[in-house]
Design a protein around this ligand. Sequence first.
Ligand SMILES: NC(=O)C1=CN([C@@H]2O[C@H](COP(=O)(O)OP(=O)(O)OC[C@H]3O[C@@H](n4cnc5c(N)ncnc54)[C@H](O)[C@@H]3O)[C@@H](O)[C@H]2O)C=CC1
Ligand SMILES: C[C@@H](CO)CCC[C@@H](C)[C@H]1CC[C@H]2[C@@H]3[C@H](O)CC4=CC(=O)CC[C@]4(C)[C@H]3CC[C@]12C
Length: 409
Amino acid sequence: MGQEGGGASGRGRCRWPAGLGDEDGLPVASLGALGPWRQGMADSAQAQELVYLVTGGCGFLGEHVVRMLLQREPRLRELRVFDLHLGPWLEELKTGPVQVTAIQGDVTQAHEVAAAVAGAHVVIHTAGLVDVFGRASPETIREVNVQGTQNVIEACVQNGTRFLVYTSSMEVVGPNIKGQPFYRGNEDTPYEAAHRHPYPCSKALAERLVLEANGRKVRGGLPLVTCALRPTGIYGEGHQIMKDFYHQGLRLGGRLLRAIPASVEHGRVYVGNVAWMHVLVARELEHRAALMGGQVYFCYDHSPYKSYEDFNMEFLGPCGLRLVGTHPLLPYWLLLLLATLNALLQWLLRPLLLYAPLLNPYTLAVANTTFSVSTDKARRHFGYEPLFSWEESRARTIHWMQAGEGSTQ
Ligand SMILES: NC(=O)C1=CN([C@@H]2O[C@H](COP(=O)(O)OP(=O)(O)OC[C@H]3O[C@@H](n4cnc5c(N)ncnc54)[C@H](O)[C@@H]3O)[C@@H](O)[C@H]2O)C=CC1
Ligand SMILES: C[C@@H](CO)CCC[C@@H](C)[C@H]1CC[C@H]2[C@@H]3[C@H](O)CC4=CC(=O)CC[C@]4(C)[C@H]3CC[C@]12C
């Protein structure tokens, strides 16, 4: 099953596995009066029968998915949390009615993945190496993001697990190497998805593998049903880069210097809503396999369209920082020079130490290119509505920022 329409497909200059057809014309879901959330709640009298596996369940997004599943999936019997590094917070979840099983493992190790998947009904695969700063080698990024995903798919097939949700990324589409804007586009918007950086290349390859696997026969003969969610830049409780900016601002005496024009629009989405979308998709894949199988969905909510820096100020402002300048304080050519110098320094210092600042030519290009989404595909296909309003998402993020050490309030 291919994507709906033939638009922003993520088919770029990375090396792709064998082609996948682009089928179209799927019927639009009619959800009736009850949205899926309320249907789920109505299900609460049902037996707790399902086993879910969340890979990367101790990461920024993964933790929110784990907590959301425990709160909003009444049919859950066992929740397996698989991660390279297990968080201590998992312990407190083990006292509830659902069996929470922590599995320390590596997605690049096929046998570890297979053991974790055995007996699971649904896999939510969020594990990934999120690195646009040159911390890891391209080979490692590929190994974790592409081979790790292939291992997850094979484990589903071998074990008879039928439902697989993959956390992809907007980066699968863009911004592309030409720096072309993607302004409030949707899943069908035509856009040349051409990448060179290892992270978007790896996410695009992995997404392709997941979509191609839709319809494969799993053990027992039934078809695998897969789909991919593409978050834009995620923010919320646990967002490390937001904390990095906060500390950078403190070092600069409570100021951040504007580097990117305010007119460059960035799509951002609250982590609680991204987690909610994963939970809903996982639940609805079973009932709407023909419609949703092999599909991609951007993750979206009611967060406002703003530049990356102006958006961050929604949270950093209440923590006592201010953004200096209505226009970039440095000309773009100078920023690019600094970014290039950073990349050169990283290369020179690599034998001695890891130098990986936020600014490099790739992050500058992403921050400086409009990429925002406007779509209702998730609502049409599986009744998604954001669980958290913008006001609530903002308040929760500010609360988390202020509770952290070093807050100026
Ligand atoms: N942070 C963002 O703005 C966005 C993230 N994404 C995607 O969402 C997913 C989650 O990202 P975040 O939560 O932000 O990153 P994160 O780094 O906080 O979480 C990733 C988790 O995967 C685990 N992991 C890494 N390598 C592993 C391996 N070999 N085996 C098992 N576990 C491994 C890490 O330990 C970590 O807990 C990733 O797939 C990422 O590509 C997509 C769009 C935007
Ligand atoms: C030029 C600097 C001046 O302040 C600002 C640099 C900001 C960058 C570190 C970020 C700007 C855009 C971010 C990326 C974007 O949100 C999309 C992403 C999707 C993912 O799947 C992973 C994370 C990221 C690549 C995200 C990373 C940080 C930025 C490049």
